[in-house]
Ligand binder design. Structure first.
Ligand SMILES: [Zn+2]
Length: 458
């Protein structure tokens, strides 16, 4: 039976929608922890029916009944991308699950490798409610305000999994999403701006790159009636200077939201600047070489998802983001974990001489400058090839319909920016190419990293 036709399920879902929304503002830390403990025990019991976790915990000689609360979560083994791949597809879902009721979602292939996990309908709904909760915090109401979502609707992404294969076949979406416009982030920015002009949204939800393009178009006078109050940016690291450019172009407030395919929504910036984790839904850890690091220190994100009936995500080590947590509470008073900073994808990083790691936050800074310093949208795509420790080649695909600035100027600009960021001892060359293959890895390194010792993030 389709659970969305089940009145008990529907009632429970609606109730959770109404109760969930404000609870992190109402709860104190003790209530939250009690709830997290209970959800963790529930999800661990469920994981006992999933072959991947059965064998993982068996190998570790661990009786999961000994894990009574969230503070003990670090005693569980971490789950890697390889673990998921090895047991996929049958071993990553419950033996009691009806596979027809589950939706497949795949992580984006920015590095060429994609990973598939399953979500059930409760996860789709709770995930979407998590995003709605963020919007509500910004004073955007999904039934009253007009929202344009510029998502990635390529066939296997989370967006198309949640919407096209999760919600649409089961709900009358006309009723549910009558105030929502769905646009594709892979489309031409000019076309996206035309669609926005037609719809005149109160809120735009989009990826950083697309929002950057749109803000330059807006500065050039395109989309005169595109005047959102709120813009939310997602998907990659947003440089503070680019944030200001986007806010000024649209005269709107911009907030960052953070999520991943396997985990659903993770965190959002509150109006007072705190980066709040949806701590009733997830628990985050930050580790280096498998060991937890102190708040304020950067490390790999490890996630435990406290809900769902698809592939359990318990101490999941494959989101591949480098983040730090923050210890000081936010003045807004919400309980739960706070993110200090998101540095970006670990697998999109570059290892430099001396074990320094250049993270996507640094690349974002450089590419953002093209938009806000050079004021050009000419660079369509880039690819970095590290030939050896001391030489890096940056390939750029340029939009030839944009005459000025010249190819040479753009390449010189990038060369100077990269050299400044990386420092001496590394030669950087920037070369224009006809086309960079979509979906191919954006960073290719021929350096053997196995023997290198990590010293610092830049
Ligand atoms: Zn806050």
């Amino acid at each position: 039976m389709n659970p969305f036709h089940n009145p008990v399920f529907l009632t429970r879902m609606l109730k959770s929608y109404m109760v969930d929304m404000g609870r992190l503002s109402r709860w104190d830390e003790t209530t939250l922890q009690h709830y997290q403990d209970q959800q963790l025990r529930r999800i661990l019991t469920f994981a006992q029916t999933v072959p991947l976790y059965q064998s993982l915990y068996q190998q570790a000689g661990l009786d999961v009944r000994s894990i009574q609360g969230i503070k003990a979560v670090s005693r569980l083994p971490m789950v890697s991308k390889e673990d998921i791949a090895r047991y996929s597809p049958d071993g990553i879902v419950s033996q009691t699950a009806d596979r027809k009721q589950l939706v497949q979602v795949a992580t984006s292939g920015t590095t060429g490798k994609s990973l598939m996990v399953y979500v059930d309908l409760s996860e789709v709904v709770i995930g979407l409610l998590g995003y709605l909760r963020m919007l509500q915090h910004y004073g955007v109401h999904w039934r009253r305000d007009r929202i344009s979502i510029i998502g990635d609707f390529a066939p296997h992404t989370a967006e198309s999994g949640y919407i096209n294969r999760g919600i649409t076949p089961r709900f009358s979406t006309g009723f549910l999403f009558k105030n929502v416009q769905w646009l594709d982030t892979n489309a031409n920015p000019e076309k996206v701006m035309e669609d926005l002009e037609q719809f005149q949204p109160d809120c735009i939800w989009g990826y950083v790159g697309m929002l950057g393009h749109l803000s330059l178009l807006k500065e050039q006078g395109k989309g005169p009636h595109v005047t959102p109050r709120v813009i939310t940016a997602t998907g990659s690291v947003l440089d503070p200077a680019l944030k200001r450019v986007i806010e000024q172009a649209f005269h709107a407030q911009l907030y960052e939201v953070y999520g991943a395919t396997e985990t659903g929504p993770i965190a959002y910036q509150c109006t007072q600047g705190g980066y709040h984790v949806l701590s009733d839904l997830l628990y985050l850890e930050v580790v280096r070489e498998g060991q937890p690091v102190a708040p304020g220190k950067a490390g790999r994100l490890v996630v435990t998802k406290l809900y769902g009936g698809g592939t359990p995500i318990i101490r999941y080590d494959a989101v591949n983001d480098i983040i730090s947590l923050r210890l000081t509470p936010c003045p807004c008073g919400q309980v739960g974990q706070l993110i200090g900073r998101i540095y970006g994808r670990d697998d999109l990083s570059l290892i430099l001489p001396g074990g320094r790691i250049m993270l996507p936050a640094s690349f974002a800074e450089i590419y953002s400058k093209l938009l806000y310093e050079m004021r050009t949208r000419k660079v369509r795509n880039t690819k970095i090839i590290q030939h050896d420790l001391n030489s890096i080649e940056v390939l750029v695909e340029l939009d030839q319909s944009i005459a000025s600035p010249s190819d040479e100027k753009v390449c010189q600009f990038l060369q100077a920016q990269f050299s400044e960021k990386i420092g001496t001892g590394v030669t950087v060359t920037v070369r224009p190419v006809e086309e960079i293959e979509k979906g191919s890895p954006r960073i290719v390194s021929h350096v053997d990293h196995t023997a290198m010792v990590l010293s610092d993030y830049i």
